[in-house]
Design a protein around this ligand. Structure first.
Ligand code: LLP
Length: 437
């Protein structure tokens, strides 16, 4: 479910017309829905209610201060992977004591910052990291709360580039070795062993791999609770979203239709996992990013040119792979709709097979290929749906293109939560060596 829908032929985010935002703030423009963010948070919260639990939004999915504050207000904790993300959470009014810190390459500086700010726990991904955390904690005269990330060697059955829980991946410590690591960690006096963590991958559309991983790891969590008194078990993030019927999936009725019964929902996720987790008596953590933010955001772009080559109909837009990298990186699908719907828009005769492409000088700079889309012309606007997670956060300045602006909508209110990057800022921290002048 989400809050982007057509009303009288115009695309709305909650009660705000998206075209009015494009006109006011120009494009490319990310637009987020406050209602969708909070609803998705609550759906997970309710699904997990049979167990003592906390939700830690994965900041890497969307780190805009307005989005983080929305989730902090809803009661969310945060899953962070850098000192920068921690500082963003704090700047947004989030609570550092509700942060868990993952990542295979934590620097000394980031560990020190996290210790000083009093995070809930580090998810350590190697033994050298545990040793480093212990040393820094000793120097600061603190005890560092830690969990170890276990790699359960279970295939998440998702895109190879977002699979994390097999021995081919750099993440975590192998399942067979992890108990010995806990044993040795007891000798590191500045560590407080607090939990166990895992994360098998992202955009999982079936509950099976989650269930398999939990079945495998829950007995380990139990033993660690008995031996080392761990208090939590984080089962990571990864719950997938609908990309292909993104617009229709905004409607609750669509979810109830029998054809949709195979889709992963928080209720189904919980139905399989709660009975396995409850007997542990541990606090269960989840680290959702995409599920909360993915369908809560769209990217608006303007058509610059339509170029017909005889072979192709290229719709050249003002957004590019530097604004939304997912199609170029993962061949991922984002539904594309014009902001205004004409009568009969769905009829074949009003559509044309199109490639929507950006202006960047790379052939991977596309948003879709050979897709039937309503005919559009110069100056029309398009919305790329389901762009709220791993959208803006992966933007770059490639081709000296400024970062796009971001707007947060709540009901009838819309506010810029990030201004478009001024062009001059792109080289403001660069300089020309004296000896070249
Ligand atoms: N926890 C950990 C330790 C993670 O590494 C991740 C994601 C999450 C939680 C959140 O996963 P989610 O609930 O969002 O699936 N850029 C890629 C996705 C990379 C995900 C990396 N880790 C994409 O655009 O599909």
């Amino acid at each position: 479910m989400h809050d982007f829908s057509f009303k009288r032929g115009k695309l709305y985010c909650e009660n705000v017309s998206v075209a009015s935002l494009a006109e006011k703030h120009n494009t490319p423009l990310y637009v987020y829905s406050h209602a969708t963010l909070t609803r998705n948070f609550r759906l997970l919260d309710t699904a997990l209610s049979p167990v003592d639990h906390t939700i830690h939004f994965a900041v890497k999915a969307n780190s805009n201060l307005g989005v983080l504050r929305t989730l902090a207000n809803a009661g969310s904790g945060f899953d962070i992977v850098s000192g920068g993300e921690l500082q963003r959470v704090i700047a947004a009014g989030g609570d550092p004591s509700k942060c868990i810190f993952a990542g295979v390459g934590k620097t000394e500086e980031d560990i020190e910052l996290a210790l000083k700010k009093g995070i809930y726990a580090f998810s350590a991904e190697s033994e050298p990291e545990l040793i480093r955390i212990n040393q820094i904690a000793r120097r600061l005269k603190k005890k560092a709360p830690i969990a170890v990330r276990v790699n359960p060697n279970i295939d998440a059955k998702t895109h190879a580039k977002i699979t994390t829980g097999t021995y081919e991946n750099k993440f975590g410590i192998a399942f067979e070795e992890v108990e010995d690591v806990y044993e040795r960690a007891t000798k590191l006096k500045h560590l407080q062993i607090r939990g166990l963590q895992m994360h098998i991958g992202s955009q999982l559309t079936e509950v099976g791999p989650f269930e398999k991983a939990v079945r495998k790891v829950a007995p380990l969590a139990k033993r660690l609770a008995e031996k080392h008194g761990i208090e939590f078990f984080s089962i990571g993030g990864g719950v997938g979203i609908v990309y292909e019927s993104a617009l229709e999936s905004g409607d609750a009725k669509w979810w109830r239709s029998p054809k949709r019964k195979n889709l992963l929902t928080p209720a189904k996720y919980a139905a399989k996992l709660m009975s396995l987790l409850k007997p542990l008596g541990l606090r269960i953590l989840i680290e959702p990013g995409r599920f909360i933010a993915g369908n809560a955001g769209i990217l608006i772009t303007r058509v610059e040119y339509v170029k017909q080559t005889g072979v192709k109909n290229f719709v050249i837009v003002d957004a590019a792979m530097n604004d939304l990298a997912r199609p170029a990186l993962y061949d991922s699908y984002h539904e594309i709709v014009p902001l205004t719907r004409q009568a009969g828009h769905h009829l074949k005769k009003n559509q044309v097979c199109s490639d929507v492409v950006g202006p960047i000088c790379e052939s991977s700079d596309y948003f879709c290929k050979n897709r039937m889309l309503p005919k559009v012309g110069e100056g029309n606007h398009l919305a790329l749906l389901s762009a709220g997670a791993y959208g803006f956060v992966m933007a770059s300045n490639y081709n000296v293109r400024p970062f796009p602006a971001e707007v947060l909508v709540k009901g009838s209110q819309a506010e810029i939560v990030r201004k478009r990057q001024p062009r001059k800022q792109l080289w403001a921290s660069e300089s020309i060596p004296k000896w070249l002048k």
